[in-house]
Design a protein around this ligand. Structure first.
Ligand SMILES: Cc1cc2nc3c(=O)[nH]c(=O)nc-3n(C[C@H](O)[C@H](O)[C@H](O)COP(=O)(O)OP(=O)(O)OC[C@H]3O[C@@H](n4cnc5c(N)ncnc54)[C@H](O)[C@@H]3O)c2cc1C
Length: 346
């Protein structure tokens, strides 16, 4: 089999790069071994405002300008819904925070999203003594459904190999590589936290963060917006809500833990005030980088190898733009900005 590209990993990064290749009529094959699951467990929210400080997310406009049409295209190809519009209600902790909200609403980049008024809490099951600020044009991508559909799609096209990509089996030739029965011009690694096992790129400073989420059934809550307080409570339909997420920088497993669940329950009880039942509990590792920026670029020595990683806590927004930039860099020779390029760690 001869292809232009091998992609290793089919989370958000791999899907975004596969789409980039498709749009340029490049052939590829994907290797996916289910060793990581960040995309499969992600809350899937996109939102251009840092909700802790009311500042714009880095490059948010550029990211969303590509991301929204990207998911729309996949919705129409697979005849499914992935993008659910969900407003965000950020509960205030103090009068000072209310004032900060109004100050931020005036900023050019934020005024399309932040509504400059205080929304009174009228739901007796939400604890919000200082009320909330409302964000619009935000939403949730059902990444798990999208990733599942995308695998099925590639399987039907015969371009998915559900097996581990073994790094030591790469046979380097002058302008291509041979990997088992595949001859390819390039390999693009989209392995998330799997990067740690990649001998060509594992010198890069990933500072991964494990996250746990629970799903609750709370029939009394009756909320159709995301509540952002000590944690988020995200409605997903049928009185179900995703609640998360924890941050843990020491545990490197994707196993849900009792401590994670207790932490989420403790915080949840400070946000809502009604009966609920936990119906699911999941965990994954976010591929975050020391400086909180993506990691993309071509290997300095092995020009056939490239990487698309470091999507961190915001893979939904950032993946399509990074796939676009990497493709332009590889195929057109467009230079990558230093802040996203792997060269910044040389
Ligand atoms: C609890 C939690 C909540 C989150 N919530 C949000 C959110 O609300 N919004 C948001 O934007 N982001 C969120 N994120 C972050 C988001 O999930 C990540 O940014 C994104 O999914 C990373 O995608 P990825 O493709 O780089 O990695 P992954 O999704 O981990 O994909 C990497 C893939 O590569 C495969 N792989 C690795 N090594 C190999 C190999 N050698 N051979 C074959 N296959 C291999 C793995 O099996 C995996 O499928 C959340 C993450 C977590 C953990």
């Amino acid at each position: 089999m001869t292809v232009d590209y091998i992609i290793v990993g089919l989370g958000l990064a791999g899907i975004a790069f596969a789409e980039e290749l498709k749009s340029h009529n490049k052939s590829f094959v994907v290797f996916e071994d289910n060793s990581q699951n960040s995309s499969l467990v992600a809350g899937g929210m996109y939102n251009p405002v840092v909700l802790k400080r009311f500042t714009p997310v880095w490059n948010a406009k550029e990211q969303l300008d590509l991301a929204i049409p990207f998911y729309k295209k996949l919705e129409s190809r697979f005849n499914q819904t992935y993008n659910y519009k969900v407003d965000i209600y950020r509960t205030f902790k103090s009068i000072e925070e209310q004032n900060n909200w109004f100050a931020a609403c005036d900023k050019i980049l934020l005024q399309d999203y932040m509504i400059p008024k205080i929304v009174k809490n009228e739901n007796k099951f939400i604890r919000a003594p200082y009320d909330s600020g409302k964000l619009i044009h935000t939403g949730r991508i059902d990444v798990n459904k999208l990733a599942t559909d995308y695998r099925f799609f590639l399987k039907n096209e015969n371009t998915l190999k559900e097996e581990k990509f073994e790094y030591d089996k790469i046979n380097f030739q002058t302008n291509f590589i041979i990997y088992k029965e595949v001859k390819a011009k390039r390999v693009v690694f989209c392995e998330g936290f799997g990067l740690k096992e990649n001998p060509f790129f594992n010198n890069l400073p990933m500072r991964e963060a494990k996250g746990e989420l629970i799903t609750i059934h709370a029939p009394d809550l009756k909320v159709d917006f995301l509540i952002k307080s000590a944690i988020f409570v995200l409605p997903i339909g049928n009185d179900l809500y995703k609640v998360g997420a924890t941050f843990n920088w020491t545990d490197k497993t994707k196993t849900p833990t009792e401590e994670g669940k207790e932490e989420l329950e403790f915080k949840l009880n400070s946000v809502i005030n009604c009966d609920y039942k936990i119906v699911d509990h999941i965990a994954g590792i976010r591929p975050t980088i020391k400086d909180r920026r993506p990691l993309i670029g071509v290997h300095s020595k092995y020009k056939q190898l490239a990487i698309l990683n470091g999507l961190g806590t915001r893979g939904v927004m950032i993946a399509p733009l990074m796939a676009y930039k990497l493709f332009q860099n590889i195929e057109i020779g467009e230079q990558l900005e230093k802040e996203i390029s792997i060269n910044r760690f040389d």
